[in-house]
Design a protein around this ligand. Sequence first.
Ligand SMILES: C[S@@+](CC[C@H](N)C(=O)[O-])C[C@H]1O[C@@H](n2cnc3c(N)ncnc32)[C@H](O)[C@@H]1O
Length: 214
Amino acid sequence: MLEYSTRLNGEIYKSFVSEIIKKHNIESIVETGTYDGMGSSQLLASIGLPFDTMECHGMNFIAAKVNLEKFKNTRVHHAYSLKLNEMLEFIKQDDWTNNPDEMIELGVKFDHENPRWYYTHELNDVVSKPPQENLLMNLITNPERQLVFLDSSGGVGLLEFQKVRELPKEILKEKLIMLDDINHIKHYRSLQWMKENCEIEYSEDGRLAVAFIV
Ligand SMILES: C[S@@+](CC[C@H](N)C(=O)[O-])C[C@H]1O[C@@H](n2cnc3c(N)ncnc32)[C@H](O)[C@@H]1O
């Protein structure tokens, strides 16, 4: 959580998300990256729709279970968003995790001076191995109208975005994608793609970006 900005649980974000949900007739919410459940997950749980959130780190998962216990609409999962092997391979081959200096000049933020090392550890060093993998795809491969908030790791934000984009068109058109940390390696490239291909709606302060990505 080194380079991440302030917790995403203030009133301006809640009213933005509530309006977006109403406007687009969203039926349920899925989030990758719960951390301790006190930031975005708290906000998304409080909306009241069925809400699934997943966290790979064992200690964070336990904290989040406790912190979100009062929300009966919410399921906290100890899980990897995607397949672990695919995520590790992606980090290994991603030039951006190997050339941070060039990207820092562009204004892209990283969590560590050696991003490749850091993001590999973030996935491997999880105290207890999550019993599930690929849960993001399992939870969104359906025709339901869902808000999908991608907020896991800087190392795999782009891979999550790409995997979502690979959904069959008739399913993808029902998914409203939300990104935070848009100047961070996590979503910088996804946002560039969205800017060229989608109609994006931003929160008042420009921090959250939301769009259908068909
Ligand atoms: C940016 S934090 C999440 C912040 C949280 N949404 C909030 O607003 O407070 C990212 C979290 O995702 C977890 N994480 C990283 N990669 C993951 C993955 N592939 N699947 C599930 N959780 C992951 C990390 O352990 C970390 O707790």
